[in-house]
Design a protein around this ligand. Structure first.
Ligand SMILES: [Zn+2]
Length: 350
C-alpha cells in the first residue's frame, strides 16, 4: 500500500463545530462522519498531512455549492482569534490524548519518526491569518506552539492581502496584491521557516510572494485552470513558477475545482482527478505535484467518498500508466522534500 501525505484537510473545523466534550472522542475512536477520523486514516494509509485551522465566516448565509457565491465578507479579529485558538488547542489536545497515534510535527525529522512509529503526522496550518494583526503580534507565539504553514488569506480580504473569490469561469487575477503588512508577513515566515501557502491568494498576491519569498512556492490544494477555469485554480504560468522555485502544488479533490463545468455535483470520475494530476505534472514536473485532498472541507467525488477511497484514487493513477516511482512522489515524497527545502531543520531555540 502506498502511504499518503496530504496537503490540506479541515477535520479540525469539522470537530470544532461539535460539542466540546465529543471532539477528541470522535476523532480518536472514529465517528464515521465527514471524511476523516483516526481509525479510518490508519486503515487508508493516511500517514500525515497539513491540518488546517480555518476560522470560518461569521453567520455565513453563502452557499459555496453555487459556482458564483457572493464574495465572503471580512472576518473580525475577535472571531478569528476565538476560532484559531480553539482549533489550535484542539489539535494539541488530539495529539496529547491519542497515546502517540497522532503527533504534531515541527520538523521533517519528526514526521519521519512519526511514520516509523506508525503514528499520523500532523502539521499545524492556518488558513486565513485574521487572528494575527498587521504588526504580526501573535505570529511568533503560534510558531512556538507548532505552526509551520499558513495561508495569509482565505478567499476574502484581510490586512495582509486579498483572497481569490470563488468565481467560475474566472481568471485568478481578481484584485490587488499583498499589502505592506502582507509583504512583512512573507519575510517573517521566511525567517521563521513557516511555509507560505498560495492556494487562496489571488494572482497578484501570488506574484508578490514569488518575487519576495526565498522559499519554494507552494499551493497546498489547487488544480489546473486549463482543465477547470475556476478562479481558485492555477494557470500554467503559475504552475511553471512553482516548478522553477522547486515548489509543490497539491491536487484538490473538491468537485467545483475539478469539473470542467464548474458545478458542484459529486458525480466526478477518478479519471478527472488523474487528468488534473497529469496536466500539472506536464507543466510543473514530477517533483512539483502532490496531493491536497480538502477532506472535511469540501464536497468531493462519490468515487472517493472519504479517506477510505484513497486506494481507489491510487489505482486510477496506476491504470493511467503512472509508475510506482511517480506515485510515491505524488502521494508522499514530494511533500516531505519541499518541507525539507522550506523549514528550519530544528525548532528555533527559545
Ligand atoms: Zn481551502
Amino acid at each position: 500500500m502506498f502511504k499518503v501525505f496530504d496537503g490540506h484537510n479541515d477535520v479540525l473545523l469539522r470537530l470544532w463545530e461539535k460539542p466540546a466534550h465529543e471532539r477528541v472522542k470522535r476523532f480518536i475512536h472514529g465517528d464515521n462522519e465527514g471524511h476523516l477520523d483516526l481509525p479510518r486514516m490508519k486503515k487508508a494509509g493516511f500517514a500525515g498531512g497539513f491540518f488546517a485551522i480555518f476560522p470560518p465566516p461569521e453567520a455565513s448565509s453563502a452557499n459555496y455549492s453555487d459556482p458564483n457565491p457572493p464574495d465572503a465578507p471580512p472576518l473580525s479579529r475577535a472571531a478569528a482569534l476565538a476560532a484559531t485558538l480553539g482549533m489550535a488547542d484542539l489539535l494539541v489536545k488530539l495529539a496529547a490524548e491519542s497515546a502517540g497515534r497522532l503527533r504534531l510535527c515541527r520538523t521533517v525529522a519528526e514526521i519521519r519518526a512519526a511514520e516509523a512509529d506508525e503514528a499520523v503526522a500532523a502539521i499545524m496550518h492556518i488558513e486565513g491569518l485574521e487572528a494575527v494583526g498587521e504588526d504580526l503580534d501573535g505570529l511568533h507565539l503560534l510558531h512556538a506552539a507548532g505552526l509551520r504553514s499558513l495561508g495569509p488569506v482565505w478567499s476574502r480580504s484581510n490586512v495582509f492581502g486579498h483572497g481569490v473569490p470563488f468565481r467560475f469561469p474566472s481568471s485568478p487575477d481578481t484584485g490587488p496584491g499583498l499589502t505592506a503588512a502582507g509583504k512583512r508577513l512573507v519575510a517573517a515566515c521566511n525567517d521563521l521557516g513557516i511555509l507560505v501557502d498560495l492556494s487562496h491568494l489571488n494572482e497578484k498576491g501570488f506574484w508578490d510572494v514569488a518575487e519576495l519569498s526565498d522559499a519554494p512556492l507552494v499551493a497546498t490544494h489547487s488544480n489546473a485552470h486549463a482543465l477547470c477555469p475556476s478562479a481558485r485554480n492555477l494557470t500554467d504560468a503559475q504552475l511553471k513558477a512553482i516548478s522553477q522555485s522547486r515548489g509543490v502544488v497539491g491536487l484538490n479533490y473538491a468537485v467545483g475545482f475539478l469539473r470542467a463545468d464548474g458545478g458542484w455535483g459529486r458525480d466526478v470520475s477518478l479519471d478527472v482527478l488523474v487528468a488534473h494530476a497529469a496536466r500539472m505534472i506536464e507543466v510543473a514536473g514530477e517533483n512539483g505535484v502532490a496531493l491536497g485532498s480538502d477532506f472535511d472541507g469540501a464536497d468531493i467525488p462519490d468515487a472517493i467518498g472519504d479517506v477510505l477511497g484513497l486506494p481507489r484514487l491510487i489505482r486510477a493513477m496506476e491504470q493511467a500508466g503512472f509508475g510506482a516511482a511517480l506515485i510515491r512522489k505524488i502521494t508522499h515524497d514530494n511533500w516531505l522534500s519541499v518541507l525539507e527545502r522550506t523549514w528550519k531543520p530544528e525548532p528555533l531555540a527559545s
